[in-house]
Structure formats: structure tokens, C-alpha cells
Design a protein around this ligand. Structure first.
Ligand code: F7E
Length: 295
């Protein structure tokens, strides 16, 4: 029975990944933050020695871009130093284990190259993007040093389990509250902001596939489609048979000072080498998320 070790297993991706791996008859070790704080190198080493995993999925991160900006030191400790600690622990204690790192499209910032692929230069415009860029470079370095260390450059990915601070879930929750008469208005930041939004369940399959590939590499996981926050609003309200007009207001305090742009991914490498492709459509994903909130 192969053994997988997941950091950040309590999050959206970690929970879906654990389910996927258990379905594939893995023993899944999913330590909580208290049992394996990735910022504590000694604790990481102990946890890895105890588990002796075949595969490690490093998903633990401060993942909300706005929250990350509020406490950059704490965020860097998790997103960058945590990754370095894990690399070091693996080198010392399980050098044959395969490591997957959840990187982010935020590494690209506001790229001129559209869509982006694995060769697109990193030029983050947020401190969160910078943390992921630095960690991804550390993963590449570990790979050059002989560790099986792969990265998924993950574009936005959503599901009914998405955290409430992210815009898709925030909108779908508000629609359900408005439908139930518990809320009148929904305040949003920049509704013209566009993202490449996929389904988290497709992306965790990509993580597993990346570790089954014979060589450790970087892979972009994306849909290749851009949609706006306004598109999410319109689909979610329509799913609840509501008119978004009269409910949605723009709140300048929710606008971000440094907003990435043109983040749309070219996942043809993952398609070619891993046979991966996103199955879910944007519309059906937002409809499903809204129906889950209505229920
Ligand atoms: O924002 C705009 C906001 O917070 C999406 C994380 O998984 O994907 C995610 O980061 C867009 C942005 O996700 C509101 O300005 C407008 O343009 O859902 P989000 P994100 O920042 O794109 C990347 C790839 C990651 O790696 C991250 O970990 O929506 N937006 N109005 C708003 N966003 C929020 N949260 N709330 C609003 O009211």
C-alpha cells in the first residue's frame, strides 16, 4: 500500500486529494497544523521520519492573496520557509520520496505572454506571488540536486469546499442568503477582474498524475479560459432565479492595490505528458457551487 503525506489536508484541495488517494488504496497521512507545523523544521523532520511516505503533497500555505499581504512575514514563513523545511526534511530522511508542490499562477504577475506556460518568466506583483515564486525556485533547485520534486502551477480552482474568503464562494453564499431573505446586498471589489477558474477536483487529479510521471517537472494546470467576477455574479444569481441588479454593489475598500492581470494558462504540457484535461465547465461549476449553498 503506497503511503502519501499531505500538508494542508484540511483545505479544499487537501480534502479532495485525500479522498482521491484513499480511493486509489493509498494510506493517507494528513497531519494537522498542530501535529506538523511546516514552519518548524524539527517537527517536519519528525513527521516525515514517522510516516516514511512514498509521496508528499505540499499544499499547506497562506493562500488568500489579501490576507497574505496583511502579514507578509507570517505568510513567507509558511509559503517559502515551510517549503524549504519540507525539502530539507525529505533530503535528510526520505530522499526517495516524491514531492509535489502546489505553486500558483500568481508567480506570473501581469505577464505579456498570453497564455502562460512552464517557460513563462516569473514576475509576481503580489507578496503572495513572490512567496510562491521563491518556493517554486527552491523546488527546481531541489530537483537539480536529485530530489523527485514536481510543481503544479495552479490557476484558480474552486468547488463547494472553497474557503468563504475567495470570490466565487463569497458570491455563491451571498446569493443563497439573499434568496433566503437573510441578506440584501453583496459588496465586491473589482467585478471586471478576470481569472482562469477551474474545478479543484480536476486539479488534485493533476497533482497525483504529476507524481506518477517518470520525471519530476513543472506543470501548468489551467482551463485556458478567462471569465470575470461579473460572469460569476450573473451565473450564480441566475441559478437562484434572482436578478443581480439591485443586490451587487462595488466597495472600493475591497479593491486590491496590486492586481495581477491576463492570468490564463496553457496546460498543453500536462495534457501531452500526463493525459490531463479539465473536465468541468466554468458555468456548471458556478451553478453547482450555488446549488450547494441554496441547499
Ligand atoms: O480573487 C477579485 C479579486 O480571492 C479572485 C487563490 O487560490 O487563486 C486564488 O487567488 C479575483 C481577484 O482569488 C472580490 O480582486 C473582486 O481579481 O477568489 P480570489 P485570487 O486572489 O485570484 C490564485 C491562483 C492563488 O494561488 C490563491 O491562493 O476576484 N475580487 N471582488 C474579489 N476577491 C475577493 N476575495 N473578494 C471580493 O469581494
Amino acid at each position: 500500500m503506497p503511503c502519501a503525506f499531505i500538508t494542508g489536508a484540511a483545505g479544499q484541495d487537501g480534502s479532495y486529494l485525500a479522498e482521491l488517494l484513499r480511493g486509489k488504496k493509498y494510506e493517507v497521512i494528513a497531519p494537522g497544523r498542530a501535529e506538523c507545523d511546516v514552519t518548524d523544521a524539527a517537527a517536519v523532520g519528525r513527521a516525515l521520519r514517522a510516516a516514511a511516505p512514498d509521496e508528499v503533497y505540499h499544499l499547506a500555505a497562506v493562500s488568500h492573496v489579501g490576507q497574505a499581504a496583511q502579514d507578509p512575514a507570517a505568510m513567507l514563513a509558511v509559503n517559502f520557509q515551510g517549503t524549504v523545511n519540507l525539502i530539507h526534511g525529505l533530503r535528510e530522511d526520505c530522499p526517495r520520496a516524491r514531492l509535489f508542490f502546489a505553486s500558483s499562477s500568481e508567480v506570473f504577475g501581469r505577464p505579456d505572454q498570453v497564455p502562460q506556460n512552464e517557460e513563462t518568466p516569473f514576475a509576481p506583483v503580489t507578496i503572495y506571488g513572490e512567496s510562491k515564486a521563491r518556493a517554486t525556485l527552491a523546488i527546481r533547485q531541489a530537483r537539480a540536486d536529485g530530489l523527485f520534486a514536481a510543481s503544479g502551477i495552479l490557476y484558480n480552482h474552486e468547488s463547494p469546499r472553497r474557503g468563504e474568503v475567495f470570490v466565487t464562494r463569497k458570491i455563491c453564499r451571498a446569493v443563497a442568503a439573499i434568496k433566503a431573505g437573510r441578506q440584501q446586498d453583496l459588496s465586491l471589489g473589482d467585478t471586471t477582474a478576470r481569472r482562469d477558474w477551474g474545478d479543484a477536483r480536476d486539479y488534485v487529479l493533476g497533482m497525483w498524475l504529476a507524481l506518477q510521471h517518470p520525471q519530476p517537472e513543472d506543470f501548468v494546470f489551467a482551463t485556458g479560459e478567462l471569465h470575470s467576477v461579473q460572469d460569476v455574479v450573473e451565473i450564480a444569481f441566475a441559478t437562484a432565479q434572482l436578478d443581480w441588479r439591485g443586490h451587487v454593489r462595488v466597495d472600493a475598500s475591497l479593491m486590491r492595490p496590486a492586481e495581477p492581470a491576463r492570468l490564463v494558462g496553457d496546460a498543453s504540457k500536462a495534457r501531452r505528458l500526463l493525459g490531463w484535461s479539465p473536465r468541468a465547465s466554468f458555468r456548471s461549476l458556478i451553478e453547482e457551487m450555488t446549488r450547494a449553498e441554496l441547499a
